[in-house]
Write a protein that binds this ligand. Structure first.
Ligand code: ASP
Length: 451
């Protein structure tokens, strides 16, 4: 049995839904279907979820919501009419969308989540009906009925471990189950969503819960590319990746999938396959626990901007017991999360995301480091990027880092820092953001020999 999730762009209109029907029909193990809300039909369009946010905002500010409701209902009406589905279904959806504006505003922590969930909920009903009328034995299943009981954290729900027992029962059902993604219900019966993009999480939880043969995640690209297609023209698509490699790539800029979605699938040892609704015969990218080490050492190159480095030096730092602890205590006191800490003998840098700092926090760090730790120098460097070369197989190859640094130096790119964890899944370089694209191109040319 496979769990299959379709993203918003795969469900944006009737023609996309016909592709989805064909995909589900072509493999009778595709039995649990998780759906997003309708996404954009073109680049200027609005996702239904975003339209629901506008509707919510107007409602809580006591502004007119008729236009908001009309726009959302029209989206579903177009789909229902184009697929020749019954008007009673449209009436039901109309009512549900309109009823959102009679929910209590005061003392209702779940109001926002109730609005947003209606995007996937209505879509799941339409898709189940469409499947039924086209020869599939399909049923719509509400997340509550599916057993998706979540923590009481509005817009940031987490699945309760006890849910898995009930979810497992879904495996005993024979028909195709169409389940809205993105939300569950709390123990007190409140609708509570995962974070944005969270339909991926629903799919991963269900796949782990029923111990699916695989979790197929259908989107609008041919899987995961070896480098960002906005930087490298027609990059190679990766056929197989391990979860660890995916995690490393996702860390620095690869965002095909919600990163939290990897957790249940990883723990449940479920292979995850990223596929393209618009090109379903393409094998896509398979993400597995382990893979044969017969691939090239580097599977992907990622890059992300928005990093800052706090550079500290102090003569004889290496002999001072507790220096690191005191330094990290300062960051903890300021509620700052850090990412990397490359060190020298008498110097040390802390690399963190720019969003963790404010001018006031920066000043506080400098003051406390100077006063409490008596450092010789401290400076904060902005506009940095992280570039990562990723591949589990690097550990079996000598000279990968040498090749990468040679390539960067040939292109005149200065490396501020290099870091490699002991597992050797990735090598990380810190460079100036203005050189990020150039660096990714240089490394792609070196390891994939393309451009
Ligand atoms: N519709 C939700 C969002 O746009 C969830 C999802 O599509 O995964 O965030």
């Amino acid at each position: 049995m496979k769990v299959v999730k379709f993203g918003g762009s795969s469900l944006s209109d009737a023609s996309q839904l016909k592709k989805v029907l064909d995909i589900v029909k072509s493999d009778d193990t595709r039995q649990i279907i998780v759906v997003s809300a309708p996404g954009k039909r073109n680049k200027d369009d609005i996702k239904v979820t975003d339209a629901l946010i506008k509707y919510y905002r107007n409602y809580i500010n006591h502004q007119e919501t008729t236009e908001n409701q009309k726009w959302i209902i029209e989206r579903y009406k177009n789909i229902i009419d184009d697929l020749k589905l019954p008007q009673t279904l449209l009436e039901e959806i109309k009512l549900n969308i309109a009823n959102l504006s009679s929910l209590p505003i005061e003392q209702n922590d779940y109001l926002y989540d109730s609005f947003l969930s209606e995007g996937e909920n209505s879509n799941a009903k339409i898709i189940a009906e469409f499947f039924k009328r086209n020869g599939l034995d399909a049923s719509y299943v509400h997340p509550k009925e599916a057993g998706l009981i979540v923590s009481s954290e509005p817009s940031n729900a987490r699945i309760l471990p006890s849910s898995y027992d009930k979810i497992e029962n879904l495996a005993t059902r024979d028909e195709i189950l169409v389940i809205p993604g993105f939300f569950g219900v709390t123990k007190d019966d409140q609708i509570c969503t995962f974070s944005r993009g969270g339909s991926d999480i629903t799919g991963a939880i269900l796949a782990a819960g029923i111990k699916a043969e695989s979790y197929e995640n259908f989107t609008d690209v041919d899987g995961i590319f070896a480098a960002h297609p906005g930087i490298i023209k027609n990059p190679e698509s990766i056929s197989e990746l391990t979860y660890r490699e995916m995690r490393e790539l996702a860390y620095a800029g690869f965002s095909v999938l919600h990163d939290e979605a990897l957790i249940p699938a990883y723990r449940g040892k479920i292979p995850l396959v990223i596929k393209n609704t618009n090109n379903p015969s393409h094998p896509g990218t398979r993400i597995v626990l382990e893979r044969e080490n017969n691939q090239s050492p580097v599977v992907g190159i990622s890059g992300d901007k928005g990093f800052v480095s706090i550079n500290i030096s102090k003569y004889l730092m290496n002999r001072e017991i507790g220096f690191g602890k005191k330094l990290l205590q300062i960051l903890e006191d300021l509620n700052i999360s850090w990412e990397h800490m490359p060190t020298g003998i008498d110097d040390l840098s802390i690399v963190l995301r720019e969003r963790e700092l404010t001018p006031i926090k920066e000043q506080e760090i400098i003051t406390r480091l100077t006063r409490e730790l008596e450092v010789d120098t401290v400076s904060i460097e902005h506009h940095l990027s992280i570039i990562m070369i990723v591949g589990e197989n690097m550990k079996n190859h000598i000279g990968v880092t040498a090749k990468a640094t040679q390539s960067l130096s040939n292109h005149n790119i200065n490396l501020s820092m290099i870091s490699q964890g002991s597992s050797e899944v990735s090598v990380l370089f810190v460079i100036k953001t203005q050189e990020e694209k150039k660096a990714i191109k240089a490394l792609y040319q070196t390891f994939f020999n393309k451009h």
